[in-house]
Design a protein around this ligand. Structure first.
Ligand code: SF4
Length: 949
């Protein structure tokens, strides 16, 4: 310490700094917003924030341009011209809310399912879902069905958690990090910081991705796989590990269902299910006493192989035996996988050998005693320092669910789940499947003016939990949880408009959307969806989807199709809650949540959507929002965040609970809670005791911690489900052995895709089109600088990308005589687009690709009609249909994963034809007018060039 006076290096900053949470993508980093004279001067990262530790990406710092964007809506709007024209009249909030209340109240008392309420990249799903439940409609979901539900469902059903919001690599200790197809807004800053640690520590980073951009560009090894074949690559690695006996048998026996006995009784309703005792406990075969005993029997040494007689005379085999038999088959050998994946035999073998070497030869230990849930004391934590991460690239295929399961199975086989150096769970995960609800939405779950009897979304345990009527028809508008997509845990948002337009399974009256750009980049078959939104019944002259309410902060393409627009604030003008009840931001070592708060006041007649929703709840007299006299329980969303309790003592925020703000997790509501969050940088973090930090799925100290924090009311350990019994129940139903029976039309599809052990099959579109006619894959990537369409209208970020060329591998360019700047027609089974190309070598040789959501409709998003985004930008969506090609029997399946309903964006197959050079990409559409035009001090600086002055 020196007593020398500090040198004045610059004039002290006189700004007021307000700390909140970024929303320029979905990572939710902490930010310091500098404010002077009521205006935002700039945004920097919050160094104390656990998610980003001060790191701010280009998107985050450009939040100022999002906040002052010319595209901001400024007042409620009522449509005056035809749908799609963008002609509106500004109205008061009172008028807007009265119209909405009138429409919604009628539906609620008549037939609540006539409301379809779907939200996009909503970070308040615990409120929006709760509101829809109170309203009583079965038709609610957020955007997970067209994003990454395969990852979430595959993970939860296999290990009780998944990547990103459920867990993360142990960045400090991992020695091999393998990443599969990740969009760069999914855990963006944390992954960048993690990769920096991996590099600094001398660990190896392998990226498996058809395109070498972003994270892949800094990988030590890039595996340019053919899209849709990741599952087969993973299973070939499993084949090699089994062949070399490089698996963690002790870990499998302790933590997975590898020893559980599977009934071998073909032709019966129990074939392939677990043998259980009278209390329903799964049985294992004990090798010393040579008898079947319930799992957890003290001192039992379970068999992993053999065929064993059960007390009732039937036979059963340990699930591991089925697993080993399956994956040792030559069809999973590297030689077979190389043909489909385009990855050489040597690379597959090398990857498997490296995974095994690091997992077993470089194992690490942490000298910390701990006790497992069976009461056994361990002297230390043993770590297998191989970590994985995967997101949308692996997930957005019609085989993505099984691929996600395959990856988690691989992690379990090498003992690399929640141990030092591997993937680690983030609280409140892991959660076993049994701790999740089953979906609600059967006819008996709702009725006139009644709340739905439970949550919309969940996990069916078998066909008996499907949301179907007595004839087997779907009860939800998106057909989620029906035979079409039985485990659609996040719904099928991409089917809502098509189904509502067709009146299949029934017509609706009100479509209520929040922050979902369904008339543009968030829909397959975009032009078709626009027509559906405009389409009228020729007999009545009424729109087929009669009423559309839309809420957004910006004049997106979807606004033009709304009848009533409820303008939202920007993320710097409203309260938000990043809740453990919703999409958590915890770290493996700490429980965390956060808030946003109005760091500046709106300068327009806009309101935070969540407060508007609560206001509507009061006007509609939804039971959870009014007291017995019909008076509002909550003033607004901020009040709801503080005072709402989902269970006694459990509210949206875990921090600063109790009357004195000294309780965490459980505790009475604290009127000063938001103040305490703001003083703390708008986040809360509680460390997990060291003894509880690893093996959370089976660690008694963690389970006790989870109960104390209120994640559960009793311990919920997880046994990893390598073999999935719920999937087998659907197969039995498809075989006509278990009621309810699957319809004939769906049986083969279920038999093929619901294998209880993960499998790989060719993506549906690829299997249905002629591969010679459509020889290439076509995919999109998310640029690091953009978050969907929000980012691509941002004045600063537009300087990074203003248009999106089609990137074409060099060999394909040569074959077609193409050079940079040439134009091509890209043709799929559904449509054609005309776009400009750029040559690229760092891409799989049969894959063309472009950046996602940069192309804009003329006139939308406050951009000039001649903006490059509107002229040269384009969407791949025009080539993708929400239905698969016909398969000969007149039926067309939804273009989705058959298990979860995840939109199969990346299954697209195309051909290209050289076209004349042009100035405008095709298709293009008439301009929409600009309802959101706001004149601010940045209006003149529209493209941001002069901002630095
Ligand atoms: S990674 Fe996402 S949340 Fe974090 S600063 Fe960038 S845009 Fe904001």
């Amino acid at each position: 310490m020196t007593s020398e006076p500090r040198l004045a290096l610059s004039t002290p900053v006189a700004d007021e700094v307000r700390k909140t949470t970024c929303y320029m993508c979905a990572c939710r980093c902490g930010i310091n917003v500098h404010i002077k004279d009521g205006k935002i001067r700039y945004i920097e990262g919050n160094r104390d924030h656990p998610v980003n530790r001060g790191v701010l990406c280009a998107k985050g710092s450009a939040g100022i341009m999002q906040h002052y964007a010319p595209a901001r809506l400024r007042a409620p709007l009522k449509r005056t011209g035809p749908r799609g024209s963008g002609e509106f009249q500004e109205i008061s909030w009172e008028e807007a809310l009265s119209i909405a209340t009138g429409w919604l109240d009628g539906v609620r008392h008549d037939d609540p399912k006539k409301l379809a309420f779907f939200t996009g990249r909503d970070q308040s799903q615990s409120l929006t879902g709760f509101w829809a439940q109170q309203f009583g409609t079965p038709n609610y979901a957020a955007h997970g069905g067209f994003c990454s539900v395969n990852m979430a469902a595959g993970g939860i059903m296999t290990i009780g958690g998944a990547f990103w919001e459920f867990g993360a690599p142990d960045w400090d200790r991992t020695k091999l990090f393998v990443m599969f197809g990740v969009a760069e807004d999914h855990d963006s800053n944390p992954i960048k910081m993690g990769i920096a640690k991996v590099k600094k520590n001398g660990a190896r980073f392998v990226s498996v991705n058809p395109v070498r951009t972003g994270y892949s560009a800094v990988a030590d090894n890039w595996i340019g796989i053919r899209p849709g074949t990741d599952g087969l690559l993973i299973l070939a690695v499993v084949h090699e590990l089994l062949k070399a006996r490089r698996i963690d048998v002790d870990y499998l026996v302790r933590y997975s269902n590898a020893p559980w006995l599977v009934i071998d009784a073909p032709g019966t309703a129990e074939h392939g299910l677990f043998a259980r005792d009278a209390d329903g406990k799964p049985l294992i075969f004990e090798t010393v006493t040579e008898r079947a005993v319930p799992v957890g029997t003290k001192g039992a040494r379970p068999a992993l192989s053999g065929r064993h007689e059960l007390p009732d005379g039937r036979f059963a085999v340990p699930s591991f035996q089925l697993l080993a038999e399956k994956y040792l088959d030559p069809k999973y050998a590297p030689e077979a996988a190389a043909i489909e994946t385009g990855v050489s035999v040597d690379v597959i073998r090398g990857l498997a050998a490296e995974i095994a070497r690091v997992a077993f030869d470089e194992a690490i230990t942490i000298e910390q005693p701990w006790t497992d849930v069976h009461g056994q004391r361990h002297h230390h934590f043993v770590g297998r320092p191989v970590s994985f991460h995967a997101m949308r690239g692996l997930s957005a295929h019609s085989n993505g669910f099984q691929t996600a399961r395959a990856l988690h199975m691989l992690q379990v086989l090498i003992g690399a789940v929640d141990c030092p150096g591997a993937f680690r769970f983030e609280p409140p995960y892991p959660k076993p499947l049994e701790a999740h609800p089953t979906p609600h939405g059967k006819a008996e779950h709702f009725g006139s003016a009644k709340p739905l009897s439970g949550p919309h979304l969940g996990f069916p345990r078998g066909p008996e939990d499907l949301l179907i009527d007595a004839e087997g028809k779907p009860t939800r508008i998106d057909k989620a949880f029906s035979w079409d997509a039985p485990i659609s845990a996040h719904g099928l948002m991409h089917m809502v408009i098509a189904n509502a337009h067709a009146g299949d399974p029934y017509p609706i009256d009100v479509l209520f959307l929040y922050m979902a750009n369904m008339a543009w980049n968030s829909s397959m078959n975009t032009a078709g969806v626009m027509k559906m939104l405009e389409d009228k019944d020729p007999e009545t002259g009424e729109y087929r989807i009669p009423k559309i309410i839309y809420s957004d902060a910006y004049a997106s393409e979807m606004v033009a199709y709304a009848d009533l627009v409820l303008p939202d604030t920007t993320y710097l003008e409203r309260h938000d809650c990043i809740s453990l009840l919703d999409r958590p931001i915890s770290e493996p070592d700490a429980v965390q949540d956060a808030i946003r708060w109005p760091v500046v006041e709106p300068d327009r007649d806009v309101r935070g959507f969540q407060s508007v929703l609560i206001d509507l709840g009061v006007r509609l007299k939804l039971p959870a929002f009014v007291d017995s006299r019909g008076t509002a329980i909550y003033k607004d969303y901020a009040d709801y965040i503080v005072r709402h309790e989902r269970r006694p003592g459990i509210g949206p925020l875990a921090g600063f609970r109790g009357l004195n703000g000294d309780r965490a997790g459980r505790g009475a509501a604290n009127p000063d809670q938001l103040k305490r969050y703001i003083e703390n940088g708008s986040f809360f973090s509680a460390h997990i005791p060291l003894e509880a930090q690893f093996f959370k799925h089976a660690n008694q100290a963690y389970q006790d911690f989870a109960v104390r924090m209120g994640f559960f009311d009793m311990p919920q350990p997880v046994t990893f489900q390598l073999y999935s019994e719920p999937l087998q129940k659907f197969r039995l139903s498809a075989e006509g052995l278990r009621a309810p029976f699957a319809p004939e039309t769906h049986r083969q599809r279920i038999l093929d895709s619901f294998t209880p052990l993960p499998d790989w099959y060719r993506p549906f579109e690829e299997a249905l089109v002629d591969r010679e006619t459509y020889p290439y894959h076509a995919i999109t990537q998310r640029p690091a600088a953009m978050y969907h369409s929000w980012g691509s209208m941002n004045a600063w970020l537009r300087q990074i990308h203003t248009r999106n060329p089609l990137y074409v591998p060099g060999a394909i360019c040569d074959e077609h005589g193409l050079v940079d700047g040439d134009w091509v027609w890209v043709i799929s089974h559904h449509g054609r687009i005309k776009v400009e190309i750029a040559r690229m070598e760092a891409v799989n040789s049969s894959t063309i690709w472009t950046w996602n959501a940069i192309g804009k409709r003329k006139g939308a998003w406050g951009l000039d009609e001649n903006a490059p985004e509107a002229k040269k930008g384009f969407l791949m969506n025009h080539l993708i249909h929400e239905l698969l090609p016909p398969k000969g029997d007149g039926m067309r399946w939804s273009n989705s994963d058959p298990v979860t309903g995840q939109a199969a964006w990346y299954d697209l197959r195309v051909r290209i034809e050289k076209a004349d050079r042009a100035k405008v990409s095709e298709p293009h559409f008439p301009a929409v007018s600009e309802p959101g035009r706001v004149h601010t001090h940045v209006e003149e600086l529209r493209y941001g060039q002069e901002w630095a002055k």
